[in-house]
Each structure stands twice: as C-alpha cells, then as structure tokens.
Ligand binder design. Structure first.
Ligand SMILES: Nc1ncnc2c1ncn2[C@@H]1O[C@H](COP(=O)(O)OP(=O)(O)O)[C@@H](O)[C@H]1O
Ligand SMILES: [Mg+2]
Length: 251
C-alpha cells in the first residue's frame, strides 16, 4: 500500500535518514520503532511531504507522492497525528475536528469562518458526532484545548485525523505522556480502526503497546533500518536488543 524506497534525508550535513526502504501492507498495524533521534518523525515528514529527501521516493497505491504538497496528501486518503500536539488553541474541540474535514473541499482553515460554513458543517456534523462518540470526547466538543487533559487532547487529534475517513493513518507517538488507562484506550481505538479496515503506521515508544498491537515492526537506529519482522522476530533480534539496552543505559 505504502512504499518507501531508498529514502535519505540530510539536515545540513547530518544524515537523519539513510537509504531507508519499507513497505506497509494494507489493513495492518505496522510500527516504526527505534531510539530517540533514529529518524522516525523525519520519515513521517517525508511520507507526508513536509520534508524533501535528497534521495529516494515514496509511493502510495502504486502512485508516487513526490509531486504532492503536504496539504494534498489527505486527498490520497492519508492522514496523520503529530508527536507534539498541533491543535488550534483558539478553536473548540468541535471546530478542531471539523478542520480535518475541510480537506474534502479543497479549502483551507479560513473556510471554517466563512459564510459557507453552515452548508459544509451540516454535512460533517454527523460524522463528527459519530467519531467523538467512538473516541469518548462527545461531552467535550464545546471545550477549548487549554482546558483539557493531555489524554483527551491526544484523542481529539486522532478524531481530527480520521474525520475525513482516510485509509492510511500515521500516528506519531499517540501514547506518549499518557498513563496506563489512557494508553489502553488508545490501543483499543487503534484496534477498532484496524477492524474498520484502516491501515496504521505507528511510531511509538511504549514497547508493551507496540509488541501487543503490531502485525509488523520496522526498527530504525541512527537513520537506518536495522531489523524488520513480526513482534516476535524483532523482539528476539540481537541487534535490536543491543540498541534498546544501550538506550536504557544512557537514560
Ligand atoms: N528540522 C530539523 N533540522 C535539523 N535536524 C533535525 C530536524 N529534524 C530532526 N533532526 C535531527 O534528525 C535526527 C532524527 O530526528 P527525528 O526524526 O525527530 O527522530 P525520532 O523521531 O526517531 O526521534 C535527529 O538527530 C534530529 O536531531
Ligand atoms: Mg519523533
């Protein structure tokens, strides 16, 4: 479904991603893991066209994504959440989720404040209610981000990402900063999305979550792929164990 081929990214000499190749198959949860600074978010940014690689390509359902701008990715049915929440602080939860729906209209965020809003909003409304029910944020729709807990904000971001009904979801550390209960809620949500036929590419540090939920795992270290396989294969891989032991010793 998604093919990353020989991608290399350089930030003024620092090679953040090096000759990275990976394929994400349809309908599965595929995790991308590795120590801090391994290049995971950078790879997400290449896939979503925020960052231009010096080498390599990304294609989705056999079509190259390389000519697209970041805001056009959504038309292909690809959506993402961010490692650092990127919600609009001046908009309530309802409007934040609605902002993810605007893309269906090829419009930018200011369309939300235009006189056409009611027409467009009446179409999105049912979907927003359905999703906020699913994510258990229905009673928060009129709240502003500043008044909400981190766990709820993470779910609002997921709601915004899925409101346009994308086929491929990229989640960058959806469980970071969450407690045990909040993390299992996120896990249930991801399982649900998978059961609805979505494909998920997941970057996550919580190994317990990754091992339980992933169908396939790719491991990066210093910009390169060092292992790939089922959770069991990756969990038994010597090099992966070394990298993670190293990380815990440095921590
Ligand atoms: N915009 C940027 N400018 C310069 N260096 C960057 C930028 N983004 C990331 N890096 C560097 O690239 C490497 C990979 O970072 P990142 O992709 O964020 O890693 P991860 O998400 O795996 O923790 C790190 O060394 C990081 O410092
Ligand atoms: Mg990151």
């Amino acid at each position: 479904m998604l093919e990353v081929k020989n991608v290399t990214v350089s930030f003024g000499g620092l090679i953040a991603v090096k000759d990275m190749t990976m394929n994400v198959k349809k309908g599965i949860i595929h995790s991308l893991i590795g120590p801090n600074g391994a290049g995971k978010t950078t790879l997400f940014n290449v896939i979503t066209r925020v960052i231009q690689p010096v080498k390599g390509s990304v294609s989705y359902e056999e079509n190259s994504l390389m000519d697209l701008r970041p805001e056009q990715i959504i038309y292909k049915g690809i959506s993402r959440t961010f490692q650092n929440l990127q919600l609009f602080s001046g908009m309530n939860v309802y409007d934040n989720i609605l902002s993810g729906y605007i893309h269906n209209y090829d419009k930018n965020i200011f369309y939300l404040f235009s006189k056409n809003r009611s027409h467009f909003e009446s179409e999105a409304r049912e979907r927003i209610l359905e999703i906020s029910e699913l994510l258990q944020i229905k009673n928060r729709l009129s709240s502003y981000p500043a008044s909400l807990s981190y766990g709820i904000l993470k779910r609002v971001e997921i709601a915004r990402a899925i409101v346009s009904n994308p086929k491929l979801l990229l989640f960058d550390e959806p469980a970071a900063g969450l407690n045990h209960n909040e993390t299992s809620e996120i896990r249930d949500i991801m399982r649900l999305l998978k059961n609805q036929g979505k494909t998920i590419l997941l970057v996550e540090h919580d190994m317990n979550l990754v091992m339980k939920i992933s169908d396939r795992i790719t491991v990066m270290s210093f910009g390169e792929k060092i292992a790939e396989g089922t959770p069991e294969e990756v969990g038994n891989n010597e090099e992966v164990i070394k990298v993670y032991l190293g990380e815990s010793e440095n921590a």
